[in-house]
Design a protein around this ligand. Sequence first.
Ligand code: ADP
Ligand code: F6P
Length: 323
Amino acid sequence: MAKEIKTIGVLTSGGDAPGMNAAIRAVVRTAIARGKKVKGIMRGYQGLLEEEIVDMTEKSVADIIQRGGTILYTARCQEFRTAEGQKKGADICKKFGIDALVVIGGDGSFQGAQKLAHLGIATVGVPGTIDLDIACTEYTIGFDTAVNTAMKAIDKVRDTSTSHERCSIIEVMGRHAGYIALWCGIANGAEDILLPERYNHDEQRIINHIINSRKMGKKHHIIINAEGIGHSASMARRLEAATGMETRATILGHMQRGGSPTCKDRMYASIMGAYAVDVLCAGKSMRVVAYANGEYVDYDIDEALAMKKDISEYQFEISKILG
Ligand code: ADP
Ligand code: F6P
């Protein structure tokens, strides 16, 4: 039988995402309600290795559900990728009496959690990334806020693009994934959407599309470019030279990661944070919380990391018809 957990640690790792605070709040309050002590680990695995560990109470997480970012701060930590770093991290957990850990982050952070689980610390991952690129789950904390932030920004660029009868290339985040680009492309009615998963480097096709749209009387040409493709500024220069249509590039950047989380992000983050604690209380370890087929579920981390997901071919095809 699994040893009863007394103290649960919580950390945020990798890129921050709106809603992480709601998840931290849910972890802390659910754990306390289940009779556990909670310790907050600052700055992800970096803070663990530097023993930046604080006691958390219900009050530590008051007034944060509406705030973007993460009150625990976040970091990327090279040392934790090494076997020595992981052993040191597990030893520090034991020193502080942390027998279980909730890791809020992306795939990379889950790999760290997997390593700690092998070293005797019960772990569970909660998907937190604006990129929506975690295969086992249909939802990741932060995506909804980020995609809404990007959508509103693109609407504004579209206004000025139309007034000046320009082409605009707008680059959105997503690392190697095109989910933010696809959603914004459809929601903003973009003429072209460039996704890393589908891009065939055929710039002539885009040039022809711009020229034909112009002939048909279109006043602007909005291209949503995923950062996984990048090179928006040089692409703008090439498209302008080839089409004669003035072209500007806008990189939305880190504004997409900030801001108050949407209701959806607060809700899913709250349930996922609580669910993670209950997974640990049930004696499970090396799990990832996910949202699949309308339900909150949990998967083995190895199984979750081995899963693959791809952009919907149907949604991509429809985006071309609509734009
Ligand atoms: P995300 O969690 O958003 O995917 P990263 O890939 O940057 O972000 O990973 C966050 C952190 O997780 C890394 O800085 C590192 O400390 C840890 N990590 C990533 N991959 C591994 C790994 N293979 N083994 C151990 N720790 C890892
Ligand atoms: O994973 C979230 C994300 O915002 C990606 O979309 C982007 O590629 C990356 O993080 C940017 O990381 P950094 O904040 O280190 O520039």
